[in-house]
Write a protein that binds this ligand. Sequence first.
Ligand code: HEM
Length: 458
Amino acid sequence: MDRLWTMDTRALNHIMTHSFVYQKPSQARRNLARILGKGVLFTEGDQHRQQRRVMNPAFGPAQIRALTEIFVEKSIELRDVWNDEVSESQDVARINVIKEISKMTLDVIGLAGFNYRFDALKAEVPENALVTAFNQLFDPQPRITFMMILRNFFPIFSIIPDKQTKRFDHAQDVMRRIGMELIAEKKGEILHKAAEGKEKPHGRDLLTLLLKANMATDLPENQRLSDEDVLAQVPTFLVAGHETTSTATTWCLYALTQAPEVQRKLREELYTLDTDTPTMDQLNNLPYLDNVVRETLRLHAPVPATTREATIDDVIPVGEPFVDRYGQIQDSIKISKGTPIFIPILAINRSKKLWGEDAFEFKPERWDNLPEAVSSIPGVWGHLLTFLGGPRACIGYRFSLIEMKALLYTLVRAFEFELAVPPEDIQKKSTIVQRPILRNAPNQGSQMPLLLKRVKRA
Ligand code: HEM
């Protein structure tokens, strides 16, 4: 298809800030609604603005500070699982790290999102109904059938049920049932405390915070979310908040194996703190850790691109005039209603024009002295498009940054990491999130085999 593909940061800024005009393409929204329901990733316009208004406070710095304990506790649990594997393998364990980091981030979003225990990291706990439902939705190798393609282009075919639709419907039913139970329980608790004139419950999870904000007496009736709207956030948080952070942390460990000096320097900094359980402020006060996280999210942005569609005819200003196909110089792009737009997140993060000739290299030190040009990048965080920008930027970026820092703090202090295969065997496979696979075993799903040794301190 024809679509607008621009690297002009002024044009991208216009597209991202005018989110009422540039919305998700209808096909993408249909797919999102089928999998996640009508949560904040799906809604547009006034409904989206209203959802964000109620939800934003639950993701503020003070709320993330309160969640840091969960990030650290689950990082330590993962460290201990790996410690056991190292002991069983006579000092060097080969571990597919992405699989287990992903269990950790699922446990975290369960607890931090809903105060719900998945216990995915515990080998002895049988898989619970929500994990099964979730796995059914995200089968790592979904077969693209002719019916799926038809359904994408001709929604009328959605009325014909097939095996995959039934699987999706079943998974949705389970998530709905469990989500309803969680919401009823939390609402009951909030009302109960209010009736007794007691302080509101201390639930620090995102769902309790969201319900408290939504039930606050000073919120006008027309700005409240319906139970249906709140319910749709359960699968939305689960999906948006889980695979993204685990993929980013996995790519970080990979990058550290390819830059042993960075790995060593990072470990040295992490040992300047004498605790296994750092607070958010302690994690944020480690400058090299911060550089490593920024550099990972620049070079290995987990969501490499996204799309939009113009809902009206518009004129997009550009930072640099360009020559059109008729040889005319233009200082704006005329765009007609319905035009699809590609937002090149990874390409902007790696642009040599913006970042310099070494843009493709992993160099945490670059963050001590950034080129002036990157200040034109319209991202919500760190001169990067990783979390996008404008009113539809990622709501959970602070959450994921501290979760990543807690993981790296705990794991890099405990283990030395080496890649278990030649680097050229690692490939990136892009669905929505860009995951690693093995070139010679693409059907085995996400893979990042690393060799782990315990750190021996002098
Ligand atoms: C490294 C980790 C993460 C990355 C790279 C990431 C990236 C993104 C991106 C690129 C978008 C915009 C998608 C689009 O509109 O096309 C987005 C939206 C979103 N993210 Fe994240 N995300 C991460 C972690 C999280 C976490 C931890 C949560 C929740 C706990 C979260 C919740 C959301 C939600 C709810 C949206 C929709 C926002 C809206 O449309 O208003 N994300 N994220």
